[in-house]
Design a binder for this molecule. Structure first.
Ligand code: AMP
Length: 423
């Protein structure tokens, strides 16, 4: 009995009609990273659960309810990665990369997994690309990271971009701020959303991320992190802003852009667009000077971002003009002998010129094969039949202007180089 099996909710097949745009966009990202001196890093899609529990935070939605976690046969708890920073830093520490160079510019483009409620721009398996610049504590490194994130969108023609930046300062400023924030929120405890009530005791900073309207209202009068930054924090933050101004990157400072984990510090940023509706966050990043140390490495400053690839594809797809897929040559053959010849000819032309050649493998009528060649937007058609085999000559038909020439089968590849303008 046959069974039709569907894909899992929140996952997507990338069908041939979309895969070309995927490949092109991926390739643009790879090139762009390389232009800035960033090198690709690939890590396994699953890790010990402990890695994510420790780095993402035990009280986050990701860790409490969104991870795909299972117990392996030897009893180890394993998890499909919900993001890549933890894995990249784990790998950086494990392979002792810091001993090889004072600065590592790394980038990735890979799948992540979160058991979220699927909707437009939100999937359970999705692709993230991002960078981790590990080694420099200076503001020019922060500016470089924001520049890369921003310019990719700009280069791809994404409109209505907003860059939000903030500084959460040093650990010392953050601690004073947290105690002031807790003091301010304490009298409102019972009015806060359920999750914020728990966070008030565990991690009050994360309340600033709250989506609840009630919480947002209460937060309107809350103390602002900017009032707690030390002189040194402010000098660094001003310096990042001045680099961005000089680079011509518009930005908005946003006091509520805060990352609640201990190893984050200094600059945080997010890039949004109004082009994709509710899930407007394209990318998020910031400085995490304590993470390398937290995962067992020597204290090493770091800054990076993570961006959603599917959200980018959503926008690109919406603005895409119907692009025509084109092949260079379609070879029509009418019997077994000519099919044999068509395979050889196609192989020769592809190897000589690196152009797209497609042969008939369905043994259709001549008329259907011509229709297929038209459908594939073939620039040229070569017809091989019994007669052509015996005369040793074939017809090359130019589908643009309907002109045709005859060419010897034995050295037909020469007709698609110097002698014959095929494009
Ligand atoms: P985050 O690690 O949550 O800051 O995510 C970084 C970026 O990944 C976001 O700005 C989104 O563009 C993208 N992203 C996060 N979660 C999802 C998801 N479930 N589906 C698609 N994209 C996502």
């Amino acid at each position: 009995m046959s069974v039709k099996i569907q894909n899992i909710k929140g996952t997507k097949d990338i069908l041939p009609k979309d895969s070309q745009l995927w490949l092109e966009t991926e390739s643009i990202i790879h090139n762009f990273m390389s232009l800035h001196g960033y090198k690709l890093i690939r890590t396994p899609i699953f890790e010990k659960t402990e890695l994510f529990n420790r780095t993402i935070g035990e009280d986050t939605d990701i860790v409490t309810k969104e991870m795909y976690t299972w117990t392996d046969l030897d009893g180890t708890s394993l998890t499909l990665r919900p993001e890549l920073t933890a894995s990249v830093v784990r790998s950086f520490v494990q392979h002792n990369l810091q001993s090889k160079s004072p600065l590592h510019r790394l980038y990735y483009i890979d799948s992540s997994f979160r058991r979220e409620r699927p909707q437009k721009g939100r999937q359970r398996q999705f692709t993230q690309y991002g960078i981790e610049a590990i080694g420099s504590a200076h503001p020019e490194q922060d500016a470089e990271v924001i520049l890369i994130a921003y310019r990719i969108y700009q280069m791809l023609g994404i409109k209505d971009l907003e860059v939000h930046i903030n500084s959460i300062g040093s650990q010392q400023s953050r601690e004073t701020y947290i105690s002031s924030l807790s003091k301010y929120l304490a009298p409102y405890k019972n009015e806060l959303s359920e999750i914020s009530q728990t966070r008030l005791d565990v991690n009050p900073l994360r309340i600033l991320d709250s989506k609840s309207e009630k919480d947002k209202k209460i937060l309107e009068g809350a103390p602002q992190i900017s009032d707690f930054l030390t002189k040194e924090d402010l000098v660094t933050f001003n310096s990042i802003q001045s680099f961005l101004n000089n680079l011509g990157i518009p930005f908005i400072t946003d006091n509520n852009l805060v990352r609640g984990l201990d190893y984050y510090n200094g600059m945080t940023f997010e890039i949004t667009t109004k082009s994709i509706g509710a899930q407007s966050a394209l990318c998020g990043g910031g400085r995490y000077d304590k993470l390398v140390e937290y995962l067992g490495g020597k204290p090493t400053p770091a800054v990076g971002f993570a961006a959603g690839f599917e959200r980018l594809m959503l926008i690109l797809n919406e603005h895409l003009d119907e692009t025509k897929d084109v092949i260079d040559i379609y070879i029509i053959s009418t019997d077994e002998k000519s099919t044999n010849s068509s395979l050889i000819i196609a192989d020769k032309i592809r190897n000589t010129h690196g152009i797209k050649v497609v042969c008939e493998t369905l043994r259709r009528s001549m008329k259907s094969q011509l229709r297929e060649a038209n459908k594939l937007n073939a620039q040229f058609v070569i017809i091989i039949g019994e007669e052509e085999i015996s005369s040793g000559e074939v017809i090359i038909k130019n589908m643009q202007d309907s002109s045709q020439i005859s060419a010897p089968i034995d050295n037909i590849e020469n007709y698609f180089g110097v002698n014959y303008e095929y494009k």
